[in-house]
Design a protein around this ligand. Structure first.
Ligand code: GTP
Length: 889
């Protein structure tokens, strides 16, 4: 059926399709079997020009054109057909071959044509021409669409199947020897002609696989030859099929091939992307997208220029924040400059300015002390001032009766409660006389407290100089006079112990003259009162003298403003945290306010008076305990209320830096443990050795510092590089390391990081709980008489998780060993907030029900102390071993 139709068409087309060249192309539909068909674009190249003699018409055509394609194409010889390289042979092509034979039999039709008139013939011809032209165009269009669709499908399939699909596709080409249609005379159907127009495909395609085997250049050359060389109709099948298809994509196309745009499944699948993109995988696509995204992200943001306020020192983090830059960028910049730093590192203003300018900002350098501006020494209007109680400090030589006198006044017996009779803690309290309040600051009289006394004098309005009538003026009496005079504080002389038979008040007055203290009875203005603390004699007179003096001083303050004052003492209280005894000097302090005290800050949690009462406010000249600070400030530090936490933090950070700088400034070049320093003292004649003292309360530290200072001679003395209340921290170790100081812990312990740091740096930490032991040790060392060393080895720490009350045994701590190990028989200490609560021995060490010799880290155990039961969950049990080693220098 199809054949007949073709025949008919061919017969007509023969007269219409004379093409100038030997190349034509089109699409043919191929039967794929099982009802599937596929359109394939083919190209047919005719090698030999059509010779006129071949076009012998079978019948006489009325038009010249009819004569052209008449020659029946001799069927091409089988060995030499020009191969139409098509992936699948087209069925449509095959019928083309027998066409000439069939045309032979059409002669009768031609005879009929002769009977038609010329006009009829022309009309028919035109109609045919037009019909065919339409058909050709439509067929071409369909063929192109189909080819595109097929190509797209194929490409997609091939991409998915990658190499495997390609391999399957490449070797498959079926070489269809296309009959050498002798001329346009063959006049194939339009679709066929389109397909025939691409015969070259078949010839070039096979060349590709062969190439990698021998050599690209030579092979390519051969192919070129083959393309042109073989006689018309010569089959190229052998060359086509042979090559390894896997290598095909690697073969570069020849220029000729590109120009011709030959189409194979492979080229169809690749050419859409220009051929090169064929191998691009999804991963590559994703990488490309990712790269693009990154490049987008890395685009510089729009810069916002800022004026960055720079203090003298600043952390990188803070600087970054002020510049609104990322700290990591600042660190990167510093890395480029060869400096490895962390966000928390402190840099000086010069470097900070360099960085800020580099990041495109301007800087405004300020003095660090600016942060305190407007906080302290705020001047009040005269009209706002109200009378306030006087603040009195009692000063004098040791044992002249200062505490006794204060006790007598306060009607409380503090002396009896003091360890060794020495006042170690400074207190402050208020008493009332005739309805008027007087604030007393209890500065201990021991020589060790010299420094504290000096500070106390600054906070006070009136100094009571206690001089024992039986002892008269002594060195510390003179020192006290000097401090009071330096502070511009008026003195009231209390001549104590007048009850004693050896008392000589007049001698005291006379001797005071030598130190420019002129009492009233000697023609001066200094009030003097003869008292007996023991018998409470003339205490009223003393208080009246104080009030009289206060009246002369006309003491006033504005209670209606933010509070400001001085820290009298501070300590780390077990359970209450940091507790600071402060003296409010201006304004009124209230709970909830934010306080900066020294280098510490905090929100006031509670205010407690000297009598233990919680109060809602503390006005001028009122001493009060403040709870809620982040740490313990130093005695003598000034405090003030600020409006925000950030301000408080800023000020406290500034003050911490200031303290660090001061400490660093004090550091010396010497280095070593206590023994090393002592040996250095002896061998090199070193004049001083540095110590860092940490204690449980400020008072103890002052006592230790004073005692150690007192040991000093013209040749050698102790230099305290730093002292403070609280646990020994890593920063203490680094300071000790920098200044080569030994560390003394008085009733405190080093935390884990500090211990590790001390081991690393070889800084010795000595623990004491009795001042005299400490002083004796240092004294012995200073005089070169070293007793056997008591070396303590830290074994481990265990945290108390729970406390059990067991009948007959008592309290047992359920613990987990958090560090090292715990040994039975070793020494143990109970630590609460790193402060030693108890030191002793273990009564029991159990794992489950069994008594064990030791418990390693990570395990849980039960522990109970000998003769001690005040244990709480959260406490830490420190386990240590003690060795006594004879010292050798
Ligand atoms: N006879 C007599 N003895 C007194 C009097 N006042 C104090 N004492 C004694 O003097 C000794 C020292 O008294 P303290 O009050 O501790 O003297 P202090 O100046 O506070 O001493 P430190 O705290 O060590 O600086 C004690 O033994 C008191 O009993 C007094 O008025 N008469």
């Amino acid at each position: 059926m199809t054949d007949n139709k073709d025949d008919k068409t061919l017969g007509v087309k023969k007269t219409l399709t004379l093409k100038p060249s030997g190349v034509s192309q089109g699409t043919v539909r191929q039967d794929m079997g099982r009802g599937r068909t596929k359109a394939v674009v083919v190209e047919t190249r005719k090698r030999r020009p059509i010779r006129p003699e071949d076009d012998k018409p079978a019948f006489t055509a009325p038009t010249p054109r009819a004569a052209e394609p008449a020659a029946p194409a001799p069927r091409p010889q089988q060995p030499n057909p020009p191969a139409t390289r098509v992936h699948q042979p087209t069925q449509a092509q095959r019928p083309a071959a027998p066409a000439p034979q069939q045309r032979q039999g059409e002669r009768p039709r031609g005879a009929v044509l002769h009977d038609l008139s010329a006009s009829e013939m022309d009309a028919r011809r035109r109609a045919l021409v037009e019909a065919q032209a339409r058909e050709v165009i439509e067929a071409k269009q369909r063929a192109e669409d189909e080819a595109r669709r097929q190509a797209e499908e194929e490409r997609r399939r091939l991409q998915e199947a990658e190499e495997a699909a390609r391999r399957a596709a490449e070797p498959a080409p079926v070489e269809v020897p296309v009959e050498e249609a002798p001329a346009p005379a063959a006049t194939p159907a339009p679709a066929e002609r389109a397909a025939d127009a691409r015969p070259g495909i078949s010839r070039t395609q096979p060349a590709a696989p062969a190439q990698p085997v021998i050599g690209r250049g030579r092979k390519a050359g051969n192919e070129e030859d083959d393309d042109r060389g073989p006689p018309r109709g010569a089959p190229v099948r052998g060359r086509v099929a042979a090559p390894a298809p896997a290598k095909a994509p690697a073969r570069p196309k020849t220029e000729d091939e590109r120009r011709r745009g030959k189409l194979t499944v492979t080229t169809v699948s690749t050419d859409d992307d220009g051929g090169n993109a064929r191998g691009r995988s999804m991963a590559a696509m994703r990488r490309r997208q990712e790269k693009f995204r990154r490049s987008q992200m890395q685009e510089p943001r729009e810069k916002v220029m800022r004026e960055v306020t720079l203090p003298e020192t600043i952390t990188i983090q803070e600087l970054s924040q002020r510049m609104s830059e990322r700290a990591v960028d600042v660190i990167k910049f510093l890395m480029k400059e060869g400096q490895m730093m962390k966000p928390g590192d402190v840099i000086d203003a010069d470097l900070a300015e360099l960085i800020a300018v580099e990041f495109g900002h301007t800087v405004k350098r300020v003095s660090e002390s600016d942060v305190e501006e407007g906080i302290f020494d705020v001047v009040d209007d005269e009209g706002e001032l109200e009378p306030r109680p006087p603040v009195v400090t009692i000063m004098g030589h040791v044992d002249h009766g200062k505490t006794s006198l204060l006790d007598a006044i306060r009607q409380a017996n503090v002396v009896a409660g003091e360890a060794g009779g020495i006042t170690q803690h400074i207190g402050a309290y208020q008493v009332e006389q005739n309805g008027q309040k007087i604030t007393f600051i209890d500065t201990p009289g021991h020589a060790a407290f010299t420094a504290m006394r000096a500070r106390g004098a600054q906070a006070t309005d009136i100094a009571i100089l206690v001089v024992a009538a039986d002892d008269s003026v002594m060195p510390q009496t003179i020192e006290s006079i000097n401090h009071a005079k330096a502070a511009g504080v008026p003195i009231i002389v209390a001549i104590n112990k007048i009850d004693k038979p050896t008392a000589n008040a007049q001698k005291v007055r006379t001797e005071l003259l030598q130190h420019e203290v002129f009492v009233e009875s000697m023609g001066g203005e200094v009030l003097d009162v003869e008292v007996s603390a023991k018998n409470k004699t003339n205490l009223d007179k003393l208080l009246e003298a104080i009030l009289l003096q206060a009246e002369i001083l006309d003491l006033k303050a504005n209670p209606n403003r933010t509070a400001e004052g001085t820290v009298i003492e501070a300590q780390l209280d077990r359970g209450r945290g940091a507790v600071a005894t402060v003296l409010v000097q201006k304004g009124t302090l209230k709970p909830g306010q934010i306080l900066v005290a020294g280098d510490q800050w905090g929100r006031v949690r509670a205010l407690v008076t000297d009598k233990g009462e919680h109060v809602k406010e503390a006005g001028p000249a009122m001493p009060v305990e403040v709870l809620g600070l982040s740490g313990t400030p130093a005695a003598g530090d000034r405090f003030a209320v600020v409006d925000s936490e950030s301000r408080a933090r800023e000020i406290s950070e500034y003050r911490q830096r200031l303290a660090r700088d001061k400490a660093a400034a004090r550091q010396s070049g010497s280095r070593g443990s206590l023994e090393q320093m002592m040996s250095q003292l002896q061998s090199s004649g070193l004049k001083e050795f540095p110590l860092l003292i940490k204690g449980d309360v400020q008072g103890s530290i002052e006592a230790i510092a004073g005692a150690l200072e007192k040991l000093g001679t013209d040749e050698v003395r102790v230099r305290i590089v730093h002292s403070g209340a609280g646990a020994i921290t890593e920063s203490d170790i680094s300071l000790a390391e920098a200044s080569n100081a030994a560390i003394i812990g008085f009733n405190v312990r080093a935390n884990a990081q500090a211990r590790a740091a001390s081991e690393r740096s070889g800084i010795e930490i000595r623990y004491y709980n009795i001042i005299y032991d400490l002083v004796d040790d240092v004294k012995a060392a200073m005089s070169g008489l070293l007793s056997p060393e008591r070396r303590e080895t830290f074994l481990g720490n265990a945290e108390i998780l729970e406390v059990f009350n067991i009948t007959k045994i008592g309290k047992v701590a359920g613990c987990r060993v958090t560090e090292g190990k715990v040994e039975r028989g070793a020494g143990v200490r109970l630590l609460r907030d790193n402060v030693v609560i108890h030191e002793g021995k273990l009564k029991t060490l159990k794992r489950f029900k069994d008594e064990v010799a030791e418990v390693p880290v990570g395990q849980e155990c039960g522990m109970a102390f000998e003769n001690y039961e005040d244990i709480r969950a959260g406490d830490v049990i420190e386990c240590f071993r003690v060795e006594h080693i004879t010292r050798t220098l």
